[in-house]
Structure formats: C-alpha cells, structure tokens
Design a protein around this ligand. Structure first.
Ligand code: PMP
Length: 422
C-alpha cells in the first residue's frame, strides 16, 4: 500500500517534452469519437484533460487517505491534512508566491475574483471610486465588479481594445488617477489570445495607488508565473484549465491584504474562537476557507502543478507558441475565414468565424469529424460587441496537441464548408 500520490516524475523523466508521447499520459485522448474518428481535442481554454498521475492521485486519495482535514487526530486525518497542506506549498512554489499563507484554495478563478470583490471590495471600495477593467475581460472579471460598484456607488471604467486585439496601453495610462482603487485585468484573453503586459501595467497602476488583480485563468496553465515578479496584489486561476480536477483553483493575495480583508464566508475552519455573540477569525489563509474544502481536488492540483513543472512551463509556452503559429497559418489559408486577435504577444486561444456558417453549426459539424472546439460568446459579451459579432468559434491548444489535431480541424472546416456550400 502506498499513500504517496504519483507525481509523474518517473514517467516524465523518460522522453522529456514530446507532445506526441505526452498524449499517452492522457487516457481520454486515446478514444475514438463518433465511431472511428480520432479525437482532436481543441477546447483547452474551456477545460483541459487530465493526465494519468492526476487521475491516479484522486483514486489513491480516496482509497488510502480520505478524511476531513485540520480536525481529527487519527491517521487518515493526518494523511489527508498532510497532502492538502503539501498541495498548498506546491501551488505557492508554482506561482512564486513566496509563502504558502498567500494561497487560498477556491473553486477556481470565478470564486477567487468574487472572494476579492466581497472580502476586499466591500471593505475598501467607496462611493465615487473607480474600478478599472478592460474590454477583453471574461464575465468572471466583470460581473463581481458590477455588483460591487452598484452596491457602493463606484464607477466602472474600461480600457479599450485596439483593432489588432491588443490593449490600448495609452488609454490605460490616461485612465489612471487617484480615484482608481482597483485595476482588474486578464493576463491572457480567452477570446483573442492576447497576452497583456501585466508587469508593466501593474507597476503603473500600483504607482497610481491602485490595487491590481490579475485573472490568470488562461495564463497559469501556459506560461511560467511569478506573482511577486509580476508585482500584482491578487492573482486568480483555475485548476481544471491546467490538468487538475474541476472545482479547485486558487487565489494568490499578498499576505497583508489577506490579513486586512474581512472573511468571505462564515462557518467551520475559518474561526478561532466563537461565542454566542461574537467570533474571531483563523489565521490566513484559513480565514477564507470556510467549511470542508475540496481536499481531493487540492491534492489533484498539487499533482498537476508537479506534472507541469516537471515538463517545464517554459517548454509548454514554447510548444504553445509553435502550435499557435501553425494553427493561425493553416486557418488563415481557408477562404472566408476571419481570425480575431492578431496581437504580437499571444497564446493559443484562437477565435475565428467562417463566412456563411454560424459558429454553433460549425462546432457541431467539426465535432462529427472528431474535433472538439468551442462556439458562442465565450463569456465575453462586451468583447463580442467590440468585435461586432454575436458569437465566434474558438480552437485552443495545450501541451498534448499536435499538428495532426490542427490538420484535422482544417479538414473538418473544409467539410463543413462543403455541407453549407460556402
Ligand atoms: N477568466 C478567464 C479568462 C477564463 O477563460 C475563464 C474560464 N473560461 C474564467 C475566468 C473563469 O474560470 P472558471 O470558470 O474556472 O472559474
């Protein structure tokens, strides 16, 4: 019997970073779709597939360790607690947090941002304050601020997006003033693929007196992250977009901010002492983790970040860049296609439309050829409005994608065009 989750080290020590070999680590990719079609999974910006070590870690956790954490004194509780705490240390290392107390486990990016809006925003945002966002935000980084602004009488200001899909940096600088209390920005757009110069933006925003929140949902899975080097106050990300299970993610926050913030939710785990009339709070980060946490999810996230770190985030980024360039080249050659987002710094979320075919129809038709892409407004309706469309199709690559996936997509789009005779 072993209680140590598989980390993937042994398996990965062999071939190194080779996407074609790596695919074997992801059992789901081996299946055939719609009869005999090879699966080309290109919906990674929505969620990624899980490697064998993560799947095994979940099984092992439930087979040998399952218990509640930080409470009982029996052996299983100790194993579960040790694994949960160890995962927090791994995540802290993975994002360069400096200290594990700066990492709060959440359900993912959405919950992390809501946590900040609720626990920091309700305490520190006042009437007349400005919350600076951008036109390329996911709804998760818009709606919590709309709710807060409405409640507090604060104002939302949006930095515009230029025609090539990059952020209007000059407009950003013009928008900064002592009224701006928070700048919340996506690191990488889930629609345009644009990678924003977060370090430079954070520097300027913090110099103007604002706090900076970065939505790292699309960046943490794809590039090395060092939150201290980026100089941000808050960094939110989701495990399921980086090989970990669904329902787990994290919020990084500078420790002094966490200490100043009010709790997010009340209940067990987040208290120190409770009387009938009053309570004191647990130390950070536990103050923000009310109730029984997603223990197995956190264990899975720990194994996932080990898996990614063993591969090398720089190598993953390099692979993304190569495959993104290949995808854009191949898609651009299709007559009637329009690609949204041509920013010089971009990642592997590639949105497009094919003249004469609605994105939903296109997605269904390519699915028949075994190709999984996304269609819709991508939870970014203000950006859709800016682009002048109601919906787009999106292909998004990850570490296990190979050129054959892209070729299969191009072939499937060709078949969809034949179907619609466009
Ligand atoms: N922000 C961005 C940029 C995203 O792409 C997503 C997921 N599509 C989210 C936030 C929300 O992530 P989650 O649903 O995992 O909370």
């Amino acid at each position: 019997m072993t209680t140590t989750p598989v980390t993937g080290d042994d398996i990965l020590r062999g071939p190194g970073f080779d996407p074609a070999m790596l695919r074997f680590q992801f059992p789901i990719l081996a299946q055939k779709i719609h009869g005999d079609k090879r699966l080309a999974y290109l919906d990674n910006a929505a969620t990624t597939q899980k490697p064998q070590p993560v799947i095994c870690a979940l099984c092992e956790y439930y087979e040998f360790c399952n218990s509640n954490v930080h409470r009982a004194l029996h052996e299983l509780a100790e194993r579960a607690t040790e694994q949960y705490d160890e995962s927090r240390r791994k995540v802290a290392r993975f994002i360069g947090a400096g200290q594990e107390e700066s990492v709060v486990f959440t359900r993912g990016t959405t919950e992390s941002i809501n946590l900040v809006a609720y626990a920091w925003g309700r305490k520190f945002i006042e009437e007349g304050d400005v919350i600076l966002l951008t036109e390329m935000e996911h709804h998760s980084n818009i709606i919590p601020w709309q709710i807060l602004a409405r409640e507090k009488g604060a104002k939302l200001v949006y930095v515009p997006v230029l025609d090539d899909g990059s952020l209007d940096i000059e407009a950003f600088h013009r928008s900064l003033s002592s009224k701006v209390k928070l700048f919340a920005v996506t690191h990488m757009s889930n629609v345009l693929g644009t990678i924003n110069p977060v370090k430079e933006l954070a520097d300027a925003a913090r110099a103007a007196g604002a706090r900076v929140l970065v939505d790292g949902a699309q960046s943490a899975p794809h590039m090395p992250i060092d939150v201290q080097d980026l100089g941000v106050d808050f960094f939110a990300f989701s495990g399921h977009k980086m090989c970990a299970p669904t329902g787990i993610g994290a919020l990084y926050a500078r420790r002094e901010l966490l200490e100043d913030m009010d709790p997010f939710m009340g209940g067990g785990e987040m208290i120190n002492r409770v009387s009938l009339d009053d309570a004191t709070w647990a130390e950070v980060p536990h103050k923000f983790e009310a109730g029984t946490p997603n223990i197995s999810g956190a264990v899975g996230l720990g194994v996932a970040v080990d898996f990614l770190a063993n591969l090398g985030m720089d190598k993953i980024l390099e692979h993304d860049r190569r495959l993104t360039a290949y995808t854009i080249e191949k898609l651009s050659a299709i007559e009637g296609i329009k690609i949204f987002g041509k920013a010089p710094e971009r990642g592997g979320a590639i949105s497009f439309e094919v003249a004469g075919i609605h994105p939903h129809d296109l997605s269904q038709l390519v699915d028949r050829e075994g190709v999984a892409i996304r269609a819709g407004h991508m939870c970014a309706q203000p950006l859709m409005k800016r682009l002048g469309v109601g919906a787009v199709s999106r292909a998004s690559v990850y570490l296990y994608n190979v050129e054959e996936d892209v070729d299969q997509l191009v072939y499937a789009i060709g078949k969809a065009k034949d179907f619609f005779k466009v």
